[in-house]
Design a protein around this ligand. Structure first.
Ligand SMILES: Nc1ncnc2c1ncn2[C@@H]1O[C@H](COP(=O)(O)OP(=O)(O)OP(=O)(O)O)[C@@H](O)[C@H]1O
Ligand SMILES: [Mg+2]
Length: 259
């Protein structure tokens, strides 16, 4: 029997929609990240994740919370393929990360921008060069690098500090440099592991505002944090881990369970 091809004449589902009507959400929303039945045991026998299911649609802002040792950083290590699951699958943009060929890993990783608590800047490079370096290693052309760096420095508000070294910056400025570096290759998913862990409350708040803005620009954001005040104030999706399991997944939620 012949397969019905896309070229077959006849009514298409979209023709049944009224003008201006949105298509069904399941069709229109792209999934950036999916974890299905993910268990992670480390070689020393420690089980960090147990049967985790998580779907993150494009444009979401997700706080990953939970006590120390709950498995938050392990989720992130699986997403950047620093680790592979013991059981289950991790899909980034529909690709099973465990099945990637080694040579495809850098390309898939570029869909992700990541920042950590300890910034990880190169101390002997200026702000501008730290950010540019992230593109240089991908083989980008100089004439593409300079405008991209200018654009992200503007997004994070560091145009005036472009020629300073990390040691000449405040903690908040160092984190903003790290954020610019993570953004410069236009990632689909922005991951932050305790980005405000080393910052005082006021500066932490500035960093969160910046992540919200990045989210407004269309980038999906996943942030692991212990910062209860910030999580409760901004009312985004909260995924809570405990002992390697998701114990709560709520939109518009507080840091602590409220029921
Ligand atoms: N490389 C590793 N080898 C063995 N065990 C590990 C490794 N990394 C993490 N673990 C263990 O896995 C569990 C989850 O750790 P993980 O770092 O994911 O927690 P976390 O939620 O990020 O904690 P924190 O809030 O302290 O950062 C912990 O019991 C930890 O000791
Ligand atoms: Mg951690």
């Amino acid at each position: 029997m012949a397969m019905v091809s896309a070229a077959t004449p006849g009514p298409k589902p979209s023709q049944t929609r009224r003008p201006g009507e949105r298509p069904h959400d399941a069709v229109s929303t792209r999934v950036v990240l999916a974890m299905q039945g993910v268990t992670k045991s480390y070689p020393n026998g420690r089980v960090a994740l147990r049967g985790v299911d998580l779907i993150v649609p494009e444009g979401d802002f997700v706080f990953l919370v939970g006590p120390s040792g709950a498995g938050k950083s392990t989720v992130i290590k699986l997403l950047i393929r620093d680790e592979v699951p013991t059981k289950g699958v991790v899909l980034l943009d529909g690709r099973d990360l465990a099945r990637l060929k080694r040579r495809d890993v850098p390309r898939i990783r570029r869909k992700i921008g990541i920042v950590f608590q300890d910034f990880k800047l190169l101390p002997n490079k200026t702000v501008r060069d730290n950010v540019a370096f992230a593109l240089e290693v991908t083989g980008a052309r100089r004439r593409d690098i300079d405008p991209a760096v200018d654009r992200v420095l503007q997004v994070v508000g560091l145009t005036g500090q472009a020629n300073q070294l990390p040691g000449q910056l405040s903690g908040g400025e160092q984190q903003r440099t790290a954020i610019a570096r993570a953004l410069v290759h236009n990632p689909r998913l922005f991951i932050a592991d305790e980005p405000t862990g080393n910052l005082d409350p006021l500066i932490s708040w500035e960093i969160i505002q910046l992540l919200l803005r990045i989210n407004d620009l269309g980038v999906t954001v996943l942030m692991a944090t212990h910062n209860a005040e910030v999580v409760t104030a901004v009312r985004k999706r909260v995924v809570a881990l405990e002992n390697g399991r998701i114990v709560r997944d709520q939109t518009g939620a507080a840091y602590h369970r409220e029921d």
